[in-house]
Design a protein around this ligand. Structure first.
Ligand code: ATP
Length: 431
């Protein structure tokens, strides 16, 4: 299994395209095609559902992408969100200094002529309005979390939430990565799903363990192979500037064990910083102790796109059916972009099967496909490759017995199902 196969599948079947493709492409930026968009929608949906289905109080939030310099000064990003970079003076190629051995020559041109390592701030800077002066500077957010922190007071004063509770958000983030790579793994424009869990300091450790455990259970529930997931605690010297403790949920990508999601105890760093920089009171009143305090935060942060890539890797399978090799995405039915394909055995049978397909589609709202072109074997392979859990084939017997053949993606086993029962049959597979 390698990355090239996933990249090729994504391009071939309309999951992902290079952004600005017809103009030569934009490095580290991608567009999502029809199937990719459905997969992303499903990823967001299972994440949201996993939070809604806990017994914990969680509200949802959508912050702006643009933020003022003050926000990022207070959060520490203006000063600390840097990666060290070096350039090869000979071929001008740029590298992240911590990812290469500076004792060795440039892997691109073979010469050893490095600049000194310089700190490079990864935030995208822009100007608001016509005047490009200091006062108009704004930044595209490098993480979604800060918009939650700066709205903490707004949320508690306009809703009925009480500590402990969570604020969750899905949204775009931007990082000017020095070397975007490994396809969707490290992008310059990506999407994050973050939960900020506000609690008392004395409960932060317990909630930290609770959320690590919940997030592990989440990956199990969406069918990710257990052996490909592991936890890695950060050493003290690896911790980000805001973090007291961090555990990464790592996935075994073909290019090694890598962070998929980070769970971090951010202490009360962010709220304290924003309170002192803005001069606004961001503490909450404790009815028991009759004192005000700034709550701690436990954060769960994962990239939609990184999860997308992981889901494809985990599902990608090559096997041999009746002596023929096939590629099959054994993706959880909950995530599958297309839930079922309706295949009339011959074109002649389309007229009878199409109204059945349309009826089930309008009743369920499921994303499904009706496909008449090519041999039935070819059509099955096409659906296997995009992870469709089940295909229904309407044949000449269907006219007589009112049944279709349901063919399972994973086992390729076939069974006859009453057309009247198709909706229930499908719902049982998808739930
Ligand atoms: P890394 O060490 O891989 O750069 P990070 O520790 O900087 O990641 P966080 O700031 O913890 O990442 O971001 C939380 C999550 O957002 C990551 O676990 C990942 O899923 C996602 N993410 C971060 N940077 C990117 C990126 N450049 N492209 C895609 N997803 C990303």
């Amino acid at each position: 299994m390698n990355l090239d196969k996933i990249v090729a599948l994504c391009k071939r079947r309309g999951f992902v395209y290079q952004s600005s493709d017809i103009y030569g492409g934009l490095n580290g930026v991608y567009d999502f095609g029809p199937l990719g968009t459905l997969l992303k929608q499903n990823i967001r949906k299972v994440w949201v559902q996993s939070l809604k289905k806990t017994d914990k109080e969680i509200v949802f939030f959508e912050g702006s992408i643009l933020g003022s310099y003050d926000v990022w000064k207070a959060s520490g990003h203006a000063d600390h969100f840097n990666d060290p970079m070096v350039d090869c003076l000979n071929c001008k190629k740029r590298y992240r200094a911590d990812e290469i051995n500076l004792e060795k020559p440039c892997t691109h041109c073979g010469k050893k002529d490095w600049t000194r390592a310089r700190q490079f701030n990864m935030m995208f800077k822009t100007n608001l309005g016509a005047a490009a002066d200091e006062a108009s500077i704004a930044y595209l957010r490098p993480e979604t979390a800060q918009s939650i922190f700066i709205n903490f007071k707004n949320v508690i004063s306009t809703t009925r939430v009480h500590i402990p509770f969570g604020i969750a958000q899905i949204g775009k983030a931007f990082r000017n990565e020095i070397t975007p790579k490994q396809f969707l793994f490290r992008m310059r424009e990506f999407e994050q799903m973050e939960l900020e869990w506000f609690c008392k300091k004395e409960n932060a450790d317990t909630y930290f363990d609770y959320w690590v455990n919940e997030r592990e259970k989440f990956y199990d529930a969406i069918g990710i192979k257990k052996e490909n997931i592991r936890l890695k605690d950060h050493d003290k010297n690896e911790l980000a500037h805001y973090s007291n403790q961090t555990t990464d949920i790592e996935y075994h990508f073909p290019f090694g064990w890598k962070e998929l999601e980070g769970v971090a105890d951010r202490g009360n760093f962010d709220l304290t910083q924003h309170s002192s920089h803005s001069g606004k009171e961001l503490s909450v009143y404790d009815d028991e102790t009759k004192k005000s305090y700034i709550p701690n935060v436990v954060e769960c942060s994962v990239g939609v796109d990184r999860m997308f890539l992981m889901v494809l890797f985990d599902a990608y399978t090559q096997d041999t059916i009746d002596g023929e090799q096939r590629v099959v995405l054994k993706i959880s039915p909950k995530l599958a972009p297309i839930k079922a394909a309706f295949l009339p055995l011959t074109k002649k049978l389309s007229d009878e099967f199409l109204p059945i397909y349309k009826k089930i589609k309008t009743q369920t709202g499921f994303d499904m496909q009706f496909d008449v072109s090519g041999s039935i074997g070819k059509r099955y392979r096409r659906q296997d490759e995009i992870g469709t859990p089940v295909c229904f084939t309407y044949d000449f017997d269907s006219q007589k017995d009112g049944k279709v053949t349901a063919r399972s993606r994973d086992t390729t086993k076939q069974e006859r199902v009453d057309i009247d029962q198709l909706e229930t049959y499908l719902k049982n597979i998808i739930q």
